[in-house]
Ligand binder design. Structure first.
Ligand code: ATP
Length: 343
């Protein structure tokens, strides 16, 4: 078995009368890029703060690299936390900011400088060592904060919405960069986010949080394609659920099912699925939205229920789109894309 970086057992945290975390069991492997994903208030930051040692659990146990650390102070744990506001010292240069933690630990000057430069190279900022934080862009500041964390060579890096302050374009760039840096340095990253796309893009595995507990742990593909609860299906991606009577009529069995919008084709009303591998459902287009690369159709099904379908705009242009509203269509998807959502 792979070495374990983090193990949480029965972790609980109560603030006054709020149960922020109600029983979390989790194992994170060495070198994983692991995300904790969930809506605001679901308890992910509290779990991260307990791993860091900033909060002590009401109950439960925390192990880092096989050693229990539940009662230890933050500085006694081999972890480092990167916060969203970066907390850089404005009067120091970038290099001094990065080397500061080593200075506090009385690492000799020559070694300090060498390690700071290496950390700056890791985040591709070797040319910026003599600047002050105010002379950097948001993305560069974020990378300085990361270099400052990497320079201490922690076993685990905890990141609390580190990209939250960046605009969308930069955020997407940094997602790719951060993942690449993590792969290069090989440190375990535990990343807190409420952004499902961010978690899907970057993570080796994801834990989906809801109301203080974990609903599902899995790879991005498992979370997206096989959501194990209705909450996960609705929080990650568009859930597109069929249940009750409509499930019975379309899927042919009772239960709740999820079909992702991009798996559904929108065809003319008279189209038939000759192939038993495919499910079909007729209905009426109630809404249609042109989104540039794709068009989104909202279809009321004759069998009851409503599905969203996303179509690549291979031939459709924005001018065609409005004409679809109110038209009769057949939706078709491969049966393999119908997932039963446990209730
Ligand atoms: P966000 O994405 O908004 O940061 P989160 O999933 O990280 O949310 P937490 O910050 O862990 O959620 O909060 C979980 C719950 O615990 C919330 O209801 C929050 O109000 C509560 N909580 C967190 N910290 C404290 C505290 N120090 N005192 C009281 N309640 C707290």
């Amino acid at each position: 078995m792979e070495a374990r970086a983090i193990r949480l057992q029965g972790l609980r945290k109560v603030f006054g009368d709020t149960a922020a975390v109600t029983g979390v069991d989790l194992e994170i492997a060495d070198g994983e890029f692991f995300s904790m994903l969930g809506p605001s208030g679901s308890g992910k930051t509290t779990v991260l703060r307990m791993i860091a040692g900033f909060e002590s659990p009401t109950a439960g146990r925390i192990e880092l690299a096989g050693q229990e650390v539940t009662g230890l102070a933050p500085f006694e744990r081999d972890v480092h936390t990167v916060f969203q506001d970066y907390a850089l010292f404005p009067h120091m240069t970038v290099e001094q900011n990065v080397a500061y933690g080593l200075k506090v630990r009385k690492v000799p000057r020559v070694e300090r400088l060498a390690r700071a430069r290496k950390a700056l190279a890791d985040v591709r900022l070797e040319a910026f060592g003599t600047r002050r934080p105010s002379q950097l862009s948001g993305g560069q500041r974020q990378r300085v904060a990361l270099a400052r964390a990497l320079v201490g060579r922690p076993r685990v890096l905890l990141l609390d919405e580190p990209l939250g302050a960046l605009d969308l374009k930069l955020r997407e760039q940094m997602q790719v960069e951060l993942k690449a840096i993590q792969r290069e340095v090989g440190i375990t990253f535990v990343f807190v986010t409420h952004d499902q796309e961010e978690a899907l893009t970057m993570s080796d595995r994801i834990a989906v949080f809801n109301r203080g507990r974990i609903e599902q742990v899995g790879t991005p593909a498992e979370i997206y394609e096989r959501p194990s609860t209705p909450f996960v299906a609705s929080f990650v991606g568009t859930s597109n659920l069929l249940s009750g009577e409509s499930a019975q009529r379309i899927v042919g069995a009772p239960g709740t099912y999820s079909i992702r919008p991009e798996k559904i084709r929108v065809l003319g009303e008279s189209a038939h699925a000759g192939d038993p591998q495919y499910s079909t459902a007729t209905g009426t287009v109630v809404e249609v939205v042109y989104l540039g690369d794709v068009t989104r159709f909202l279809v009321d099904l004759d069998a009851g229920g409503r599905l969203t379908a996303l179509q690549q705009n291979l031939e459709t242009s924005s001018a065609d789109v409005a004409a679809y509203r109110g038209t009769r269509v057949t939706l078709q998807w491969h049966r393999g894309h119908t997932f039963r959502v446990p209730e």
